[in-house]
Design a protein around this ligand. Structure first.
Ligand code: PEP
Ligand code: MN
Length: 333
């Protein structure tokens, strides 16, 4: 961390600041220039509140040289992390997660599960606890939904991903291979801390208005608790654009791949909100270097209890998966 002091700072003021900082880092290196003085802080600067420093009268500017996240940083772990979940390796090859927004009935989830499996999906998704904007909308089948997902897992052999909203329900997730933290809970720090104590893969979705750095800091919360099995998901962010449900920030994929060793997948369903936009953006995600995609698939989108307009039919999913495989093969060639 580099702290530039304002011209006119007195030696006494500088000494007071240096002494205070020295108590927090390994070394404070003082570089005296002709017009101003710069302090180079060496050591672990995570405990230093950048904004507090910036607010001091004698401080001109503060710059971080290293990122505030450590464990998720590629700097500390240059190789890609591969996350194993129910026999599937995420981060080694392209992973396709598919399934309905919500688990609705036994025939629905079994039918979708069988058909996405036949079309080549690697993991089955399905929400049992749904974070809905309106309290009057379908909230998910909760425990019963997770029981039906287990049935679908037994029927198809597909590992499961499902969203948790409260740590109190964790016991119900015993059979869930990957626990999802949805966009709305990306900064639910108490939840992240609890998930950090588990030995289970976590799919962490980017918040609706969160920066890439904030997403990485949330991953750092989980990892600092000991759980290193994290998969990141770009799912679109809120912008002024209204033609799509969100704006898919595809550049987040290469940026994240630069900054972290964790696998990065893309959810083109919630990003666009329209089923016709899902295939082009799923293909674009693969081309951008994502480790996989998560797409919503429903056997009867028009009657879906949640997110029907953005859900592919199983036939559309099969076609997309075929195109994805061709694109990935062409990229390898
Ligand atoms: C979901 O994947 O079911 C979901 C609710 O997505 P998000 O949290 O990205 O809105
Ligand atoms: Mn959905």
């Amino acid at each position: 961390m580099i702290v530039a002091l304002k011209a006119g700072t007195t030696p006494a003021q500088r000494e007071q600041l240096v002494n205070w900082l020295a108590g927090m880092v390994t070394e404070v290196h003082v570089v005296e220039g002709t017009s101003c003085t710069v302090l180079g802080l060496i050591g672990d600067t995570r405990r230093i509140d950048q904004e507090l420093l910036e607010s001091l009268e004698i401080v001109d500017s503060v710059q971080r040289v290293s990122e505030p996240y450590k464990k998720v940083s590629r700097r500390f772990h240059p190789d890609d992390s591969v996350i194993e979940a129910g026999g599937v390796k995420i981060g080694a090859g392209f992973c396709v997660i598919a399934g309905p927004c919500s688990v609705e009935t036994e025939p629905q989830i079994l039918d979708v599960a069988r058909r996405v499996k036949a079309a080549g999906a690697d993991v089955l998704r399905g929400g049992a606890f749904k974070p809905r904007t309106s309290p009057y909308d379908f909230q998910g089948l909760k425990g019963e939904g997770l029981r039906l997902l287990s049935e679908a897992k037994r029927a198809t052999g597909l590992p499961l991903v499902s969203e948790i909203m409260s740590i109190e329900t964790l016991d119900l997730f015993e059979d869930v291979d990957i626990i999802q933290v949805g966009a709305r809970n990306m900064q639910n720090f108490d939840l992240l801390k609890e998930l950090g104590h588990l030995d289970r893969p976590i799919l962490l979705k980017r918040g609706l208005a969160s920066t890439i750095k904030e997403l990485l800091m949330s991953a750092e919360y989980i990892m600092s608790g000991g759980n290193e099995k994290i998969i990141l998901c770009e799912r679109g962010i809120r912008t002024y654009e209204t033609a799509t449900r969100n704006t898919l920030d595809l550049s987040a994929v290469p940026v994240l791949k630069e900054r972290t060793h964790l696998p990065v997948i893309v959810d083109p369903s919630h990003a666009t909100g329209y089923s016709r936009l899902v295939p082009p953006m799923a293909l674009a995600a693969a081309a951008a270097g994502a480790d996989g995609v998560m797409v919503e698939v429903h056997n009867d989108p028009e009657r879906a209890l949640c997110d029907g307009p953005q859900s592919l039919t199983p036939e559309q999913f099969a076609e997309l998966n075929g195109r994805l495989r061709k694109l990935l093969a062409a990229m390898e060639a």
